[in-house]
Write a new protein. Structure first.
Length: 435
C-alpha cells in the first residue's frame, strides 16, 4: 500500500511538472459539462451585421440592468484590442461620462499601454495608466497571487490584480471585462479539418516555450488533454480553446473566477472589495449565437468587426494594436509603423548588445531586460531555482547555463525563467515541496 501511494505521488508530481513546463498552465481533467450546454438559436440566425448589433445591445442591457441606477463607477480595462473597446463604447452609451473610469497597464511604448490612454483622453474620461516598470515583484507578492490564480501564467494574474487595485474599486462600482470576446468571435479561428489536425494545431500552439524542450524528454503533451466530446454542439476548435485554455488558464488571470464552468455574464466579485466583475461575452445568448456562426462570419472576425464599425464608427477608426498604433484608415501610417517595427526587430536580433528591442506589441513587460538588469526579478528567479534544486525537481534543466547564456545575450530565456518561477510557486502553494 505504501509503495502504491509513493508511486501515485511520484506520478502526480511528474504530471504537474512536465505539463506546466509545456503549457504554462494545467489543462482540466475533463471539459466543464455546462459549457457544452449551448442551445441552438431559434430560429436560426442570419448572422447579419444588423442582427449581431441588436444581439450585442440586448446582451449588454441584460448584463448591466442592475447597475444603471447605482451611484458607483463603470470601470473598463482598456487595451489596444477590440473587446475592451466595444465594451467601452457600450459603457459610453449607458453611463454618464463622469461615472466611467478606464484602465491600461504595461510599460511606456507598448501599444496596450498607450492606446487605451489615448482613447480615454479622446473621449474625456478618467483614466489610470499603470506603469509596471515602477512596481517591484517579490516572492511573497507572487505567492499571494498564486493562491487566487493557481497553475496559470506567472506573473500575469498578479499584474492584472495590481492594476485593478490601483483604481481602488468599491462595492458600488462594476468592472466591465472583455473576457471571451476574442475567443468566441473568430479571434482564434482555425480552418483545420479533423480531430487529429485540430488537436495537433492546438497542442503545438499552446507550447509556452517553443525554442527549447523543457519537460522530460519522454513527456507527451497530448496525454494531458481531456477527451473531446463527440456529442457537444461546440466545434472541436472551440472545445479546445474555450473549454481548456480560456476556462482553465485565462479565466483566473483576468477575472475572479478560477475556472469558467458555465455560460453566465456574472462571473464573480473581487475578493478584496466585493466589486462585481461582469463579462457580457460569456452571456449564454451571445455564446449560443457565435458558437453556431458559420466559418465565414468568424474568419478574420468579419462579422464582429463589421458590428463594431456599425455601432461605433469613430471608435473603430481610432488606432489599435492591429494597426500598430496608427489610425485604421491611414494605410501610409500603418506601412511606416510596420517598417519601423521590422527595422527594430532586425537590429535587436543582429546586434543585441545595443539594447535595441521591439517591445510595442508585447504584454506586461520586457522580461528579458528585467531578468538581466533588475534585482527583484533575479532574486525571485534564484529562489525558485534553489527551491527546485533542493527538491530534485526537473533536474534535467541546466539553470546555470540558461542564466549565463541570458546574461551574455546569447539567448533570451525570460519565458523559461517565468515557467521555472511559476512551477516553484505552485508546487510550494500545494505543499508539495520544501521551502
Amino acid at each position: 500500500m505504501l509503495a502504491q501511494d509513493a508511486y501515485t505521488a511520484t506520478d502526480q508530481m511528474d504530471y504537474l511538472v512536465n505539463t506546466y513546463l509545456y503549457y504554462g498552465y494545467l489543462p482540466p481533467a475533463s471539459t466543464p459539462a455546462s459549457l457544452h450546454e449551448v442551445q441552438s438559436p431559434e430560429p436560426m440566425p442570419s448572422f447579419s451585421t444588423h442582427e449581431a448589433t441588436h444581439l450585442f445591445n440586448r446582451v449588454v442591457d441584460d448584463t448591466l440592468l442592475d447597475h444603471y441606477t447605482k451611484s458607483g463607477r463603470c470601470i473598463v480595462p482598456l487595451s489596444g484590442g477590440w473587446d475592451s473597446r466595444i465594451l467601452f463604447g457600450a459603457a459610453m452609451d449607458r453611463f454618464p461620462k463622469d461615472k466611467i473610469t478606464t484602465l491600461s497597464f504595461g510599460a511606456p511604448g507598448q501599444l496596450d499601454y498607450k492606446i487605451g490612454k489615448k482613447i480615454a483622453k479622446h473621449y474625456g474620461v478618467a483614466h489610470y495608466a499603470v506603469d509596471l516598470t515602477l512596481h517591484e515583484i517579490s516572492w511573497e507578492k507572487l505567492q499571494s497571487s498564486i493562491t487566487e490564480a493557481p497553475w496559470t501564467y506567472t506573473p500575469d494574474a498578479y499584474f492584472n490584480n495590481l492594476a485593478i487595485n490601483t483604481v481602488a474599486p468599491g462595492q458600488n462600482d462594476i468592472i466591465l471585462s472583455g473576457f471571451m470576446g476574442d475567443a468566441l468571435t473568430g479571434g482564434h479561428f482555425t480552418n483545420k479539418k479533423g480531430l487529429d489536425a485540430e488537436k495537433d494545431f492546438f497542442v503545438r500552439k499552446q507550447r509556452k516555450v517553443k525554442k527549447r524542450w523543457l519537460p522530460r524528454s519522454t513527456y507527451c503533451p497530448y496525454k494531458s488533454l481531456p477527451d473531446i466530446s463527440e456529442t457537444s454542439p461546440l466545434p472541436t476548435s472551440e472545445q479546445l480553446d474555450i473549454c481548456i485554455r480560456q476556462s482553465s488558464c485565462i479565466s483566473s488571470i483576468v477575472t475572479p473566477c478560477k475556472s469558467l464552468q458555465s455560460w453566465s455574464p456574472h462571473i464573480g466579485k473581487l475578493r478584496a472589495s466585493s466589486t462585481p466583475v461582469v463579462t457580457p461575452f460569456t452571456h449564454p445568448e451571445w455564446a449560443s449565437y457565435w458558437l453556431h456562426a458559420p466559418a465565414q462570419a468568424k474568419k478574420n472576425q468579419n462579422l464582429y468587426l463589421s458590428m463594431l464599425k456599425q455601432l461605433y464608427p469613430e471608435l473603430a477608426s481610432l488606432p489599435s494594436k492591429c494597426s500598430l498604433g496608427a489610425p485604421r484608415n491611414s494605410h501610409l501610417r500603418i506601412r511606416i509603423a510596420r517598417s519601423k517595427r521590422n527595422v527594430r526587430r532586425h537590429l535587436g536580433k543582429r546586434l543585441p548588445m545595443l539594447g535595441i528591442k521591439e517591445n510595442s506589441g508585447i504584454n506586461y513587460l520586457d522580461y528579458d531586460y528585467a531578468f538581466r538588469k533588475r534585482h527583484d526579478y533575479r532574486k525571485v528567479l534564484k529562489k525558485a531555482v534553489k527551491m527546485l534544486s533542493k527538491n530534485n525537481i526537473a533536474t534535467w534543466i541546466d539553470h546555470e547555463k540558461l542564466m549565463d547564456n541570458h546574461d551574455t545575450h546569447k539567448e533570451d530565456n525570460a519565458k523559461i525563467f517565468l515557467l521555472i518561477i511559476g512551477l516553484a510557486l505552485n508546487l510550494e502553494n500545494e505543499g508539495l515541496i520544501e521551502k
